[in-house]
Design a protein around this ligand. Structure first.
Ligand code: AP5
Ligand code: MG
Ligand code: ZN
Length: 214
């Protein structure tokens, strides 16, 4: 199964991708996580990316494509979380898949009203294992500790209200055109992300179960 999760910052891509990975055994690839890893390691690519991420702007296409290309080629099944985010990235993804004789099964758009996005990101707690929590909506069992791996939870540097406004703006300018792109290809599905995590997952599960059957 090859799918893309398309949604604004803080909408729940990472949360749903982890649930899909567990239930359907499909690898979760997050460009945000890959970029943060590169920043932490202090690689040249990481240093380049950091300036953009700190401002809530998109990292240049060639940098992101560079970090994800081989992963997409290596894996037969995947959930892409946060990629593609520009029309250029979507076209490159199509080319990579074409060369490998593969295609996307579906693109799931998670819709969440703007006013929810900021509170979700500002209250987020992240873990290095990929799990995400929320101080109010999805707290860990023990304060500050990841339920899954026991790791220490941290706040992302870009999870401030100010950076969120510019991340939402980037989404509207650069990523929204992808909704039409995938709609015209006939593979776009939309779910309501403004409900409990379990309910959102239930809607996604229905879509994925249908794909598995076809
Ligand atoms: P990235 O890490 O992808 O950040 P993002 O797109 O801003 O998305 P988030 O990770 O903030 O949100 P999410 O949708 O995963 O939500 P989550 O599940 O955590 O990218 C970071 C930066 O890297 C970008 O700004 C850019 O600079 C760069 N970048 C990455 N990819 C790029 C690309 N392809 N091209 C160019 N640049 C790129 O949930 C959020 C919170 O809400 C959590 O606390 C969670 O517990 C809670 N929550 C989730 N669902 C619900 C629910 N249903 N109800 C209540 N709370 C919920
Ligand atoms: Mg995320
Ligand atoms: Zn963890």
């Amino acid at each position: 199964m090859r799918l893309v999760l398309l949604a604004p910052p803080g909408a729940g891509k990472g949360t749903q991708a982890e649930l899909i990975e567990q239930k359907f055994r499909v690898a979760h690839i997050s460009t945000g996580d890959l970029l943060r890893e590169a920043v932490k390691k202090g690689t040249i690519l990481g240093l380049k990316a950091k300036k953009y991420m700190d401002k809530g702007e998109l990292v240049p296409d060639e940098v992101v494509i560079g970090i994800i290309k081989d992963k997409i080629k290596e894996l037969n099944d995947f959930i892409l979380d946060g990629f593609p985010r520009t029309l250029e990235q979507a076209k490159v993804l199509d080319r990579i898949l074409d060369e490998e004789g593969k295609k996307l099964d579906t693109v799931i758009e998670i819709q969440v009203p703007d006013e929810r996005l900021v509170e979700r990101a500002v209250g987020r707690l992240s873990c290095k294992c990929g799990e995400v929590y929320h101080e109010i909506y999805n707290p860990p069992r023990t304060e500050g500790i990841c339920d899954r791996c026991g790791g220490k939870l941290y706040k992302r540097e870009d999870d401030t209200a100010e950076t969120m406004y510019s991340r939402i703006k980037s989404y509207k300018m650069k990523t929204i055109p992808l909704i039409k792109y995938y709609f015209q290809k006939g593979i776009l599905r939309t779910v309501n992300g403004d409900q409990d995590i379990e309910k959102v997952f239930w809607e996604i599960e229905k879509i994925l179960n249908k794909i598995k059957k076809d």
